[in-house]
Design a protein around this ligand. Structure first.
Ligand code: S3P
Length: 193
């Protein structure tokens, strides 16, 4: 199901060139990376995966950053990267973000400045199934990952809601269907300034 949030129309500030990126937000395992690749193929925009950029910039894996430097240090890296993307006036890109990027208020503001923000909403069951075998997500390496997912999702859902221009429940939809829905809404959004 596709849901356009009430705060959808954009209001670029005067003298500011609006940035035309499509930004994917959503919980771990909600399909941001696969959909990012699908949108890249359908639209031709280059794909930026913030986790990958951070790994490249630091020369460390995400689990190593969490274990050696802590979650707060990782959040700072995410904030710095968003600042870079804005100061470089990055436009016409698909930006796939880490699931916790919306936890920091400053990040939520920057994501909306970067363009059209899409929240891929996903059920707890789907998230659990998709993340169960993957050891690369430090926040889910605990005794009760199902409970961790529920707690984090409850905490974060209002932030996704606040940040996104569009919410899509991806259950039962193909990647192509989701991609087409996003592209139609994004065209409308970018054309409405
Ligand atoms: C995180 C999500 C991960 C990664 C890091 C923290 C989170 O990205 O940024 O492990 O806090 O939800 P994905 O959403 O791509 O798994």
């Amino acid at each position: 199901m596709i849901h356009i949030m009430e705060h959808a129309p954009r209001t670029p500030s005067q003298n500011q060139q609006p940035l035309e990126n499509i930004i994917l937000v959503g919980f771990m395992g909600s399909g941001k990376s696969s959909l990012g690749r699908e949108l890249h193929q359908n639209l031709g925009y280059q794909l930026i995966d913030t986790d990958h950029v951070i790994e490249k910039q630091t020369g460390k894996s995400i689990p190593d950053i969490f274990s050696q430097d802590g979650e707060a240090a990782f959040r700072n890296l995410e904030t710095e990267l968003l600042k870079q993307l804005i100061s470089q006036k990055t436009s016409e890109h698909i930006i796939s973000t880490g699931g916790g990027v919306i936890c920091i208020p400053e990040n939520r503001t920057m994501l909306r400045k970067l363009g059209f923000v899409v929240w891929l909403e996903c059920s707890v069951k789907d998230i659990f199934e998709r993340t169960a075998k993957n050891k690369n997500r430090p926040l889910l390496q605990c005794d009760d990952p199902m409970q961790a997912i529920k707690t984090l999702l409850q905490e974060r859902s209002p932030y996704y809601e606040e940040t996104a221009h569009l919410k899509i429940n991806t259950t039962g939809l193909s990647l192509n269907e989701v991609s087409c829905g996003i592209l139609e809404s994004a065209r409308y959004y970018f054309g409405s300034a």
